[in-house]
Design a protein around this ligand. Structure first.
Ligand SMILES: C=C(O[C@@H]1C=C(C(=O)O)C=C[C@H]1O)C(=O)O
Length: 152
């Protein structure tokens, strides 16, 4: 996200790109369906990762405004270099979700994550990022309680 932020800082672009976010959410829902994952939970997960990413960007922008940060040298281009990398990361995340779906959809598995603290410069972003893993109510996840799910 530092590269994304630097690129936007240099080009004075806005942090938020709702069109790109909508496209990502639509794409991951299609891919989730293809992989047999809950599109609802997958969208919820990616929505929160995007909130986390924007939180990091806002924090960095605030720091840079504070210090009157100049343009950054040697920053990758957002559209042609950074976003394609983010897209391939999204595909890897979906594949990892597929590989770990039985664990992810276990009710109670989230308890292992409750109260876990990861040292970070971006605690607010981390809170967003972890929410889909810690808040596992079926209302937000679209994952049926274990008792009602068919056995594999
Ligand atoms: C990461 C970016 O910034 C924001 C966050 C996004 C994300 O996390 O995928 C997408 C669009 C922007 O609202 C970006 O512009 O690519």
């Amino acid at each position: 996200m530092e590269q994304v932020s630097k690129s936007k800082w240099n080009t004075k672009s806005s942090i938020e790109d709702p069109e790109r976010e909508q496209k990502i959410l639509a794409d991951v829902a299609v891919k989730a369906r293809e992989l047999g994952l809950s599109p609802q939970w997958v969208q919820h997960f990616f929505r929160l990762q995007m909130e986390a990413s924007k939180q990091v960007q806002y924090q960095l922008f605030a720091e840079w405004h504070e210090t009157s940060q100049a343009q950054f040298p040697e920053v990758l281009d957002l559209k042609t270099a950074i976003r394609p990398r983010l897209d391939s990361l999204d595909d890897k995340i979906l594949a990892a979700m597929k590989a770990n779906w039985s664990t992810l959809s276990l009710r109670g598995a989230n308890q292992q994550l409750q109260g876990c603290e990861v040292p970070t410069k971006f605690p607010k972003a981390m809170a967003f990022a972890l929410t889909p893993l810690t808040d596992r109510s079926s209302e937000t996840t679209g994952i049926a309680p274990a008792s009602t799910r068919a056995k594999p």
